[in-house]
Design a protein around this ligand. Structure first.
Ligand SMILES: Nc1ncnc2c1ncn2[C@@H]1O[C@H](COP(=O)(O)OP(=O)(O)OP(=O)(O)O)[C@@H](O)[C@H]1O
Length: 237
């Protein structure tokens, strides 16, 4: 079951001051919503609030009908790096959300193995995160996020630190696994081409709010010509 997320006059910031003011947005169940915006426009701040990791300044954010007030296993987060527990093996990292779901030990192990195979990490289950490449670590994060069967996945520049080739491989992998999960995805990136490849809609943040929302016709069709949309988004950035 997927999850809709609703932002009602949502204001966010830190002790130093506001970052985003009075945002209204409906994230549809099962859609891939990509957030772009200049550095400092508040992309990570918004994602942290959706994860329940940042208290709101005003308004509210709802996951389904429930106000987001803290972290939940229904909403999994994938970070750019450092998201894994360094002292746990790859498999035991992926088992974490399964433990939270209350799965018995044997089942946890089996599901973790299944997901690790799914992201191409068969045979690496007993290694530690530091023994893996950056791309492999991101595969583990993806496996961990999806293994818990979340209803929404919140991704903060998950491929931002990867080289172009690894990044393209991860984008293809993400598209592949999302096809079967139906989870709602909110994905932050700096890269307009990545946004256009993955998104149903692209939200451009700027000047303390949403500058524009762009619908991507025929989403995830790699043959589609996105030149005009790309130019439109770059203009707004
Ligand atoms: N923990 C924090 N404490 C105080 N201010 C913060 C904190 N995190 C972010 N900020 C400030 O909030 C604003 C938005 O930051 P945020 O990281 O959300 O932007 P971003 O769009 O994700 O940027 P980038 O693309 O560079 O990652 C910036 O002015 C930043 O300095």
């Amino acid at each position: 079951m997927t999850l809709g997320i609703t932002l009602e006059s949502l204001s966010l910031g830190y002790a130093r001051g506001p970052v985003l003011n009075g945002i209204d947005l409906t994230i549809r169940p099962g859609e891939v919503l990509v957030i772009v915006g200049a550095s400092g426009s508040g992309k990570s701040t918004l994602l942290r609030a959706l994860a329940g990791l940042l208290p709101v300044h005003g308004g509210r954010a709802l996951a389904g009908d429930e106000e987001i007030t803290g972290a939940s296993r229904e909403r999994a987060m994938v970070f750019q790096d450092d998201g894994l527990l360094p002292w746990r093996t790859v498999r035991r990292n992926v088992e974490l959300p399964l433990r939270l779901r209350g799965l018995p030990r044997g089942e946890r192990k089996a599901v973790a193995r299944e997901w690790l195979a799914r992201v191409g990490l068969e045979g690496h289950e007993d290694r530690l995160p530091r023994e893996l490449s950056g791309g492999m670590r991101q595969r583990v994060q993806l496996a961990r996020a999806l293994a818990g069967a979340p209803r929404a996945v919140l991704m903060d520049e998950p491929f931002g630190a990867l080289d172009a080739q690894t990044r393209a491989g991860m984008q293809a992998l993400l598209l592949d696994v999302l096809r079967d999960t139906r989870a709602t995805v909110v994905f932050v990136t700096h890269d307009v081409d990545e946004a256009l490849l993955l998104a149903d809609r692209v939200v451009v943040l700027g000047h303390g709010g949403i500058r524009t929302i762009v619908d991507v016709p025929g989403p995830r069709d790699s043959a589609a010509d996105r030149t005009a949309l790309r130019a439109q988004i770059l203009e707004e950035l």
